[in-house]
Design a protein around this ligand. Structure first.
Ligand SMILES: Nc1ncnc2c1ncn2[C@@H]1O[C@H](COP(=O)(O)OP(=O)(O)OP(=O)(O)O)[C@@H](O)[C@H]1O
Ligand SMILES: [Mg+2]
Length: 222
């Protein structure tokens, strides 16, 4: 469901091209749990952002659910992203002055659903992400782990088939990491495709990882 061929993303630095990722080819099947592993600066976030439709490749091909997203016009790309991809950023990117409920319902605004349907979906997502009890709290008052679970609920609310997480455990303590891993396991069972970028060794011990993609200086080494 995700096909990547000869993908490059470079930045022009003066007269030189700096390759954040170079000639990456890979494929990820529906329902797989995939890790992007590598040291800081190896290109994990860059690759994840292109898959999520947040960034564009400089060259190469990427298709997601049979849609050639490398060729999609901006407006279609953002619609595609909203529908198909749930993104959990490292810093969560919540609307801090709004409640958890409002944050989670935000991606449904363009979908023109009834209030009843919105309420149903928001409550279901809050439940899966284990954050229903904070539905009416203002996002800025949440702990780090709670903010992350709010971001997870938001990522689930459009029923996206692909969930991408960038360094999801970086700001969590051990107890919250365990809660997070439990939620990921639940999502895996729901047949979501899950892609996690991380240098946290804790993920390598999980027994339900389908692929570990190791990046070094923007190159896929294994
Ligand atoms: N806008 C930019 N301009 C120039 N270089 C950039 C830009 N964005 C990223 N890079 C470079 O691309 C490389 C890959 O960055 P990326 O953020 O993908 O790494 P990462 O593996 O996610 O690292 P970390 O583990 O620290 O998050 C880095 O060397 C980075 O400095
Ligand atoms: Mg990164």
């Amino acid at each position: 469901m995700i096909e990547i061929k000869n993908l490059n993303r470079y930045y022009q630095v003066g007269k030189e091209r700096f390759y954040a990722i170079r000639d990456i080819s890979l494929s990820i099947k529906k329902g797989e749990f995939v890790l992007f592993h590598g040291v800081s600066g190896s290109g994990k976030t860059t690759l994840l952002s292109i898959i999520a439709g947040v960034d564009r490749p400089s060259s190469g091909m990427i298709s997601v659910n049979n849609e050639l997203i490398s060729k999609l016009p901006d407006q279609h790309l953002s619609r595609f992203r909203n529908r198909e991809i749930g993104i959990i950023f490292q810093h969560y990117n919540l609307l801090e002055s709004l409640t958890v409920y409002d944050n989670v319902s935000a991606p449904l605004i363009p979908e023109r659903l009834s209030l009843k349907e919105i309420d149903k979906r928001v409550k279901k997502s809050l439940k899966i992400a284990n954050i229903s009890h904070k539905a009416n709290s203002i996002a800025s008052t949440l702990s780090g782990g709670e903010k992350q679970r709010c971001a997870i609920a938001r990522a689930l609310v459009t029923d996206a088939s692909i969930i991408v997480c960038d360094e999801p455990t970086a700001n969590l303590d051990r107890a919250n990491i365990d809660i997070f891993l439990d939620i990921l396991k639940k999502l895996h069972k729901l047949n979501k495709t899950i892609i996690v970028s991380t240098h946290d060794p804790i993920f390598q011990k999980l027994d339900y990882i389908d692929q570990i993609i190791h990046l070094e200086d923007g190159v896929l080494v294994s």
